[in-house]
Ligand binder design. Structure first.
Ligand code: PMM
Length: 291
């Protein structure tokens, strides 16, 4: 498989001929899947290091929950949550991304050692974000977003979810480039679960090629999301977040085989194996190896 990586990326990651794995460190009291578990800085740092040990290529540090219905935290609170964790993980040699929609928090996070900006709003939440990314020249993950978490469930009206998400992401890519971001910096993400009810997520995964056709690496964040809970529902209702990890690994394998650049996951070990399985599978097909 020949993976298209964004730039600039640390040399060992840029040389990887497989999908990368981004481990999630939510420094929040209220994330839907792991809220509160890593809220203390020491616990968050230890968790990030453990994820790297388990095979994470990058760690994504966020201080604001994006679960459906979540309210915003103040910028100073967001900063206080993420900066010590980013500094410690970067100092330990990790490639760190900051999960924020705020330009000022992103700028401080880059100062603290982050080298990727993961913006779930794709530059829409803060008009200064694209300028910060352009100046810093770092990798920028632009996710498909239609509005803040407290209102996003009401913004899920699509003619054709794949076409609409593709076109709206193409517009964000254009906006980033118009703001001075180099196209090489940009990664696109369909934003599974964001203004997308269960049934809208599967076509996005099944038509990953439509997003890849925009010519940029694609990141997939399916880990523990509601649509997996609904898929695995039993008599007592949707499967709880912690019961969605095996399904997450299955999505990782399929997304990797479909050419995803990176998967963002809470449990790293299974996905770290799955991306290697997918790489071997694809290499055997494209390389013709039969030994
Ligand atoms: N999902 C969440 C948070 N950040 N970032 C990107 N790029 N893509 C995603 O799908 C994404 C994200 C929500 O999940 P969490 O609350 O468990 O972190």
């Amino acid at each position: 498989m020949s993976v298209l990586h964004p730039a600039p990326l640390r040399a060992d990651l840029a040389a990887a001929d497989r999908t990368l794995v981004m481990g999630v460190v939510n420094v929040t009291p209220d994330s839907f899947s792991d809220g509160g578990r890593w809220f203390e800085p020491d616990a968050a740092i230890a968790h990030g290091l453990a994820l790297i040990e388990q095979g994470a290529d990058l760690v994504d540090v966020g201080g604001e929950s994006t679960r459906p219905g979540a309210e915003r935290v103040e910028p100073d609170e967001e900063r206080a949550r993420v900066l010590p964790v980013i500094s410690a993980l970067a100092a330990a040699g990790a490639v760190v991304s900051v999960d924020t929609t705020r330009a000022a928090v992103a700028a401080d996070a880059l100062e603290a050692g982050a080298s990727v900006v993961n913006d779930v709003s794709g530059g829409l939440a803060d008009p200064a974000m694209l300028g910060v990314v352009a100046d810093a020249g770092v990798v920028y993950v632009a996710m498909h977003w239609r509005g803040p978490s407290d209102v996003m469930d009401a913004l899920a009206d699509y003619d054709d979810v794949v076409v609409d998400v593709r076109d709206e992401l193409a517009a964000r890519l254009d906006a980033a480039v118009a703001a001075g971001v180099r196209v090489e910096q940009v990664v696109l993400d369909p934003g599974l679960g964001f203004a997308k009810p269960g049934s809208d997520n599967w076509p996005l995964l099944a038509h990953l090629d439509a997003l890849r056709a925009l010519g940029r690496p694609v990141l997939i964040g399916a880990s523990r999301k509601r649509f997996l809970g609904h898929l695995l529902a039993g008599p007592d209702g949707p499967a709880p977040p912690e019961a969605r990890d095996e399904a997450t690994v299955a999505v990782t394998a399929l997304a990797a085989e479909a050419g995803a650049w990176c998967v963002r996951v809470h449990e790293v070990a299974g996905s770290a194996d799955a991306v290697r399985v997918a790489a071997a599978w694809t290499a055997a097909r494209t390389g013709g190896g039969r030994g």
